[in-house]
Design a protein around this ligand. Structure first.
Ligand SMILES: Cc1ncc(COP(=O)(O)O)c(C=O)c1O
Length: 385
């Protein structure tokens, strides 16, 4: 178990921020690293050519450590959508095949597949939400010889319900389907093993559980795709770190590896040091320990809700860093806004009240949250669908 880490953040005592799945707060040391990075360009004459690669390469190593992958396969991208667009550019899909996604899946891992399917005479298939929240059997059953691509998260963004990606990966290999993953809602907060799941492409936006600034994310590419097509044709992704004086050698080949897929200007002087500082801290904590600590924190919230007749997925079927609460008659009117007036910050996603704490949350925060939900139950107001 990791002891409480609130002192690393700048969160007032009376704020119960439980919305990490929306935007994580930045740690003080992350802001300092970003400030240092931004200020470097105040004195550009001190910036050396190697500095364009050093921080992104450090970020590759740190992200790779968090997902147990090789850093050579990691690309620096600005968003999950950018990573998925790269995956869609490289995964073949034949007419009559299907692309499998979940009901209500986050759009960054749906819309590229809708377009790719339409362009190739293929179809998008949504796995319906199982009544018992156990996605894995439903997904395994839906994958068949006609499945071309399986595009999934690690846990559902609305309520944290889990998908067993090791089992799904094995099934994909059995039928010859490609696997594209968006682990934005778990990377950094839950252990992940690329070697066990064996995806083709994997993306994570950085501004949630990776605790990085907005507009930084990572894409990991399996070795068989590392010479694939890139969205951009930028010079920064070319082989043999170009010396700036030779840039008009337009035939310079692209790197083979994650670096090939980097967004232009991946050596972002402000964002990269900040993202590295955040991921360094996560590596020190260890995603498995973060998960264990947050699971212990959320279990009493889930129990409390169930005792009051509210619906929460079984603990073995939900990620420990999420509690998605559903109300039998629908969410009380303006639930999120009413909680916010008590300085309790959570989200509504679909019909789920999504509570996503982190290591900065205290027992006082939890009491504040439960008092707020109790008040909603006492005066639910007009029910909304
Ligand atoms: C599952 C998931 N993926 C990705 C994102 C962010 O996507 P993007 O980086 O494309 O803006 C979110 C944001 O809520 C998300 O919940």
């Amino acid at each position: 178990m990791i002891p409480n880490q609130r002192s690393l953040f700048n969160i007032p005592d009376d704020v119960a921020y439980m919305n990490c799945a929306y935007l994580s707060p930045l740690m003080r040391l992350v802001v300092e690293a970003g400030d240092w990075g931004l200020r470097r360009k105040v004195r550009p004459w001190e910036i050396e050519v190697k500095d364009f690669w050093e921080e992104p390469n450090r970020a590759r190593r740190l992200f790779a450590a968090l997902i147990n992958a090789d850093p050579e396969g990691v690309a620096v991208v600005p968003s999950a959508s950018y990573g998925m667009a790269t995956a869609a550019l490289n995964l073949p899909l034949r007419g009559g095949e299907t692309v499998l996604v979940l009901a209500d899946q986050f759009p960054s891992n749906v819309t590229h597949w809708t377009d790719l399917a339409a362009a190739n005479g293929a179809t998008l298939v949504e796995v319906a939400r199982p009544v018992d929240s156990d996605w894995t059997p439903a997904i395994l059953e839906a994958i068949n010889a006609g499945t071309g691509i399986v595009a999934l998260p690690n846990c559902h963004w609305t309520d944290g319900t889990l998908i067993d990606l090791v089992a799904v990966g094995a099934r994909c290999r059995e039928v010859g389907a490609a696997l594209a993953l968006d682990i934005t809602q778990s990377a950094g907060a839950m252990a992940f093993d690329v070697g066990a799941v064996k995806p083709d492409f994997l993306v994570a936006a950085g501004y949630k559980w990776l605790m990085a600034p907005y507009s930084v994310g990572f894409l990991w590419v399996a070795s068989q795709h590392r010479a694939g097509k890139t969205l951009e044709l930028g010079f920064i992704a070319r082989a043999e770190h170009p010396r700036f004086k030779h840039l008009s050698n337009y035939d310079m080949p692209f790197e083979v590896g994650g670096h090939r897929f980097d967004v232009g200007e991946s050596g972002n002087f402000a964002l990269m040091p900040a993202a590295c500082a955040a991921m360094k801290q996560l590596v020190e904590w260890g995603p498995a320990a973060v998960q264990e600590t947050l699971a212990a924190y959320t279990a009493p919230i889930a129990d409390w809700a169930r005792q009051r007749g509210l619906m929460v997925a079984d603990d073995r079927l939900r990620a420990g860093h999420f509690v998605g609460i559903r109300f039998p008659g629908g969410l009380p009117e303006r639930a999120v806004q009413r909680l916010a007036t008590r300085n309790v910050f959570v989200s509504q996603r679909s019909d789920s009240l999504r509570i996503t704490p982190h290591l900065y949350n205290t027992e006082a925060d939890r009491a504040r949250l439960l008092d707020g939900i109790a008040a909603l139950l006492e005066a639910p107001g007009q029910e909304v669908a």
